[in-house]
Write a protein that binds this ligand. Structure first.
Ligand SMILES: Cc1ncc(COP(=O)(O)O)c(C=O)c1O
Length: 403
């Protein structure tokens, strides 16, 4: 009998999903819920995206399509990569349309990793990254991030974890769950480590359009020079165009063997993303893009509401998000003592009972054990009302103002 557990049994069921289910129970009891656990933009996709989907359906564009994406979308994504992301020489054949960035990660790690290959990942990190490394029979190697260094992925710490089995460095900027945005200097130093150690970089840029001034997004491959062919870029339409349910993402890859492997993984997993969603994605790239700025302004408003609610609470330290729509709050022992709570799970349950969604930080890795993530991608009024309850719950027994 094989003593090793089945790889799927090593994956978690996902705390966010469990919390969502708990909130649905609370809602079923007739209480209002505030969806601060979910990273799904409240906005609807731009009208021209919906029009393109309807027009494609009416025109009968409902047949099997090429495995790696419709040529028009691959060409538009290659054009975007060169002209907007600043990545040199991306050709349409280097672009693979995936079922969201989630599936892009699944495909990338499956195409890249051999059994027990190691991938260096930030801790905390959006859970599914580590799970996808495991699913591809790889080993995630966490590098803790901390508030003192603005949750930057420290190049020295990354270099210290490189070993004989290291295959890739995973980078995510802007970063879920902390809201950190990596500077050009940090990215250049990480690229240098990859180059010196002959490593791949998998760069997840799902939040490339959700960055607050004065911070800026830099596409890793645009800075990589002679190492750009070893950078796999992950993009998504979910956050940039509020198309989360339409499930369109992309991989940019410039390596013949990987491209061949990706064709196979795509064929055997999805055999092409839903054709109508791809026509919608094409319209999103080619049509008016004012929605990026409109959504960003609203996210900034929501961010400031949440920050105001959490600042000044004894035992709570917040990091001002520089990108994404997630706020990372760390809890000191005095908070647990004042609330009489053993751990973040207990605080999480109290918030859920009040209808306020949240995610305990350990869902994202061991470094998050005393932290919690609050998402502000739900509607502004919901963020405002949820923030008030959040402050009331976390100030219990405190002299801090609850207003
Ligand atoms: C860092 C990161 N990468 C990828 C994804 C997946 O996005 P998609 O909806 O395109 O699958 C998410 C979704 O929350 C994310 O936070």
């Amino acid at each position: 009998m094989n003593a090793a557990p089945h790889v799927i049994d090593t994956l978690s069921l996902g705390k966010i999903v469990q919390i969502r289910e708990r909130l649905f129970e609370v809602a079923a009891q007739g209480r209002k819920v505030y969806r601060l656990e979910s990273g799904d933009p409240s906005f609807t996709p731009p009208a021209h995206v919906i029009d393109a989907i309807v027009a494609a359906a009416r025109a009968g564009k409902t047949h099997y399509i090429p495995n790696a994406g419709i040529p028009e979308l691959r060409a538009a994504l290659a054009h975007k990569a060169v002209h907007e992301n600043g990545i040199a020489d991306v050709r349409p054949q280097d672009v693979f349309v995936t079922h969201g960035a989630m599936h892009a990660l699944f495909c990338a790690f499956h195409a890249l990793l051999d059994v027990d290959d190691e991938v260096i990942v930030p801790d905390p990190m959006w859970t599914e990254v580590v799970e996808n490394v495991r699913l591809a029979r790889g080993k995630p190697v966490p590098v803790p991030l901390d508030h003192e260094h603005d949750f930057e992925y420290a190049p020295q710490a990354v270099a210290a974890r490189v070993g004989p089995r290291t295959r890739a460095i995973f980078i995510n900027t802007p970063h879920n769950p902390t809201g950190a945005v990596l500077s050009r200097e940090t990215l250049l130093a990480l690229i240098d480590i990859a180059r010196r150690n002959d490593l791949w970089i998998v760069s997840d840029e799902a939040y490339e359009h959700v960055v607050y001034a004065p911070y800026q997004h830099h596409s890793v491959a645009s800075l990589a020079g002679d190492w750009a062919h070893r950078v796999i870029t992950v993009q998504s339409f979910s956050k940039s165009h509020a198309m989360a349910g339409l499930r369109v993402g992309a991989l940019l890859v410039r390596d013949a063997l990987l491209e061949q492997r990706l064709q196979k993984v795509l064929r055997c997993t999805i055999n092409g993303v839903n054709s109508l969603a791809q026509w919608g994605a094409l319209a999103a790239l080619q049509g008016d893009r004012s929605h990026h700025a409109i959504m960003l302004a609203e996210y900034q408003k929501r961010r400031d509401v949440l920050l105001a609610a959490l600042q000044g609470i004894d035992g709570v330290r917040v990091f001002t998000p520089r990108g994404t729509f997630f706020l990372w709050a760390e809890f000191a022992p005095e908070l647990f003592a004042r609330l009489g709570a053993r751990d973040t799970d207990e605080i999480s349950e109290r918030l859920c009972a009040e209808g306020v969604g949240n995610t305990p930080g350990d869902a994202f890795g061991a470094a998050g054990v005393h932290a919690m993530r609050f998402a502000y991608s739900c509607e502004t009024a919901m963020v405002e009302q949820g923030a008030e309850i959040l402050r009331r719950v976390l100030t219990q027994g405190s002299t801090a103002r609850t207003g």
